[in-house]
Structures are given as structure tokens and as C-alpha cells.
Design a protein around this ligand. Structure first.
Ligand code: FES
Length: 106
């Protein structure tokens, strides 16, 4: 049996939107895109630093992409792939998560 970890309630994550969460000791974040949700480690593939400066703010102004606050690099919400910036072609580390009636689980 696998242990599921509840990350947050569904209403804590706006659509579109993003939210910081921790998984064990690991800093991560959730993004909501349409009906889907993705969970990523909060670590840029090229420098290994966290992507955000402000709590829960991981998206660009248009809320179309995940954005590195330091370099402006853009990542696709659904896949974590970098499409602009210094880590072009690399991807965020994604962690499986599921949406259930009462929240989002890893
Ligand atoms: S740390 Fe890699 S794009 Fe900013």
C-alpha cells in the first residue's frame, strides 16, 4: 500500500494559479491549468535554485507559463519544459499528483 500525502484543499489553488507546498523536506509547488494540476520540485534545472521570490507566485503575468523570478525563464505548466530562458529544452522535475474530491494528493 502506498502512502498518500494531502498537499492542499482544491479551493486553496486558484485556476489558473500556483501554490507552494512541501513534500517531506522538499520544497515543491502546484500549478493548476484548466482541469489539471501539476506538482514540481521548486528547483530550476540549470542553477538548482528556487523559482519564486514571493510565496505562491510561480506564474507569469498572463498566467500562461511557470516563470523563474530571477531570470524570467518560462516553463510549460503541463509538462515543466523550459521554452524560453537559460535552461531552454530542460524541464522541471515533476512529481505525480492526483485531484480528488477533497483535495490534491501526492
Ligand atoms: S534559475 Fe534557471 S532560469 Fe532562473
Amino acid at each position: 500500500m502506498t502512502t498518500r500525502i494531502k498537499l492542499c484543499n482544491l479551493d486553496e489553488l486558484p485556476e489558473p494559479g500556483s501554490k507552494s507546498v512541501t513534500l517531506g523536506e522538499q520544497a515543491c509547488f502546484l500549478v493548476r491549468h484548466g482541469k489539471g494540476v501539476a506538482l514540481y520540485q521548486n528547483r530550476c534545472p540549470h542553477l538548482g535554485i528556487e523559482l519564486n521570490w514571493q510565496e505562491d507566485v510561480f506564474l507569469d503575468h498572463e498566467e500562461m507559463f511557470i516563470q523563474c523570478a530571477t531570470h524570467g525563464a518560462l516553463f510549460i505548466m503541463e509538462t515543466g519544459e523550459c521554452v524560453a530562458g537559460p535552461c531552454l529544452g530542460e524541464a522541471l522535475t515533476s512529481i505525480p499528483c492526483t485531484i480528488e474530491e477533497d483535495g490534491i494528493y501526492a
